[in-house]
Design a protein around this ligand. Structure first.
Ligand code: FES
Length: 82
């Protein structure tokens, strides 16, 4: 989420600043990365209920902890947000 904001990625508003309280940072993790990213924690799952067009690979980008292991990560912004 922070990288998306810094790079002005359209569709990532992050209204709550990363507090897992808005769902305006919703992304789809690319299928090739889904297993490595893992699933959402219960609080994130609850907030995803407020996102549009949620899919099994949906995540709130502010809850994805970036590490060197995720270099090259691909996520997609839902069409309705972009
Ligand atoms: S920035 Fe608000 S939930 Fe991610």
């Amino acid at each position: 989420m922070e990288n998306a904001i810094k790079n002005m990625v359209q569709g990532i508003e992050a209204e709550c600043g990363g507090a897992c309280a808005c769902a305006t940072c919703h992304v789809y993790v690319d299928d090739a990365w889904a297993e490595k990213i893992g699933s959402a924690e219960p609080m994130e799952e609850d907030m995803l209920d407020f996102a549009y067009d949620v899919k099994p690979t949906s995540r709130l980008s502010c809850q994805i902890k970036i590490s060197n292991e995720l270099d090259g990560l691909i996520v997609h912004v839902p069409e309705r947000q972009a």
